[in-house]
Design a binder for this molecule. Structure first.
Ligand code: TMP
Ligand code: ASP
Length: 242
């Protein structure tokens, strides 16, 4: 498959057209950002670690019956994915209260959420990804009621599958964000699942192993991502068959 022109460049990934209309190439760069692009930096190896980590998680979710856009790893920094019509909404599940939930609701950081809670955000950096509800999604036509239901069901299913996977590696999946898109008549999980878009704490020490290390200036960001990969048995040096 031939890489074509750049379709879109985000804060940490770039997306390219290919000679197949239904396929894109997603490139994970070493760039990292926080606070809607206010804080940015480049971290050596981050693109490679996230690309390979995302491939592992997407493959695992597929094995567990979650339909995703992921096709194959192409190189250290590139993956082939299906070309989705993205829904401009972020789906967040939280198992423990932290981050913006504590800022908005004044609840104690680290509180267990039973049952886990769910939030929708509008994907819009300029507006700082405001929280929205299902009525907004319906009134502005961002997704149909059936798509909203499917996003909720799939996000909770991903929570069940990945909470267990990370628990087996001695980690707590604190919260995460997913994005979905349309591919003919299907709704598929798109974007990425990496420590950039979730929070992971060591089960015993509650040490942060995710992008909060960058947001909070704790250092050792890529080292923590590599530690997460190691604990899940992801081989970051496996040869890539193309
Ligand atoms: P929050 O506490 O900042 O709302 O974040 C909740 C989860 O969603 C956390 O795991 C980080 C993730 N997230 C993103 O990946 N991208 C975003 O733009 C935002 C706001 C959150
Ligand atoms: N994803 C957003 C950014 O990169 C927000 C964040 O992760 O803090 O700026």
């Amino acid at each position: 498959m031939k890489k074509g022109e750049e379709l879109y460049s985000g804060k940490a990934k770039s997306v390219f057209l290919t000679d197949e209309t239904a396929r894109l190439i997603m490139e994970f760069r070493d760039d990292t950002s926080a606070f809607d692009g206010e804080k940015i930096d480049q971290l050596d190896r981050k693109g490679m670690v996230n690309n390979r980590f995302n491939a592992f998680i997407m493959g695992y979710l597929e094995e567990q019956g979650v339909a995703t856009h992921f096709d194959a790893l192409l190189s250290d920094n590139e993956s082939q994915v299906k070309h989705l019509d993205m829904i401009p909404v972020e789906c967040v599940v939280r198992n423990i209260a932290t981050g913006s939930l504590c800022r908005r609701l004044g609840v104690e950081d680290g509180l267990d959420l039973e049952p886990p809670t769910f939030e929708f955000f509008l994907k819009n950096d300029e507006l700082h990804d405001p929280m929205i509800n299902e009525y907004h999604i319906a009134s502005f036509g961002w997704a149909t009621p059936a798509e909203v239901e499917s996003m909720k069901v799939q996000t909770f299913r991903v929570n069940e599958i990945l909470s267990k996977l990370f628990a087996d590696g001695g980690m707590i999946l604190v919260d995460f964000k997913l994005e979905f898109g349309r591919f003919s008549d299907q709704l598929l999980l798109g974007d990425e699942f990496t420590p950039d878009g979730c929070r992971l704490w060591d089960t015993d020490t509650r040490e942060k192993l995710d992008k909060d290390r960058f947001r909070q200036g704790l250092g050792g960001v890529v080292e923590a991502y590599e530690e997460v990969a190691l604990r899940l048995g992801v081989d970051l040096e496996a040869p890539i068959a193309v």
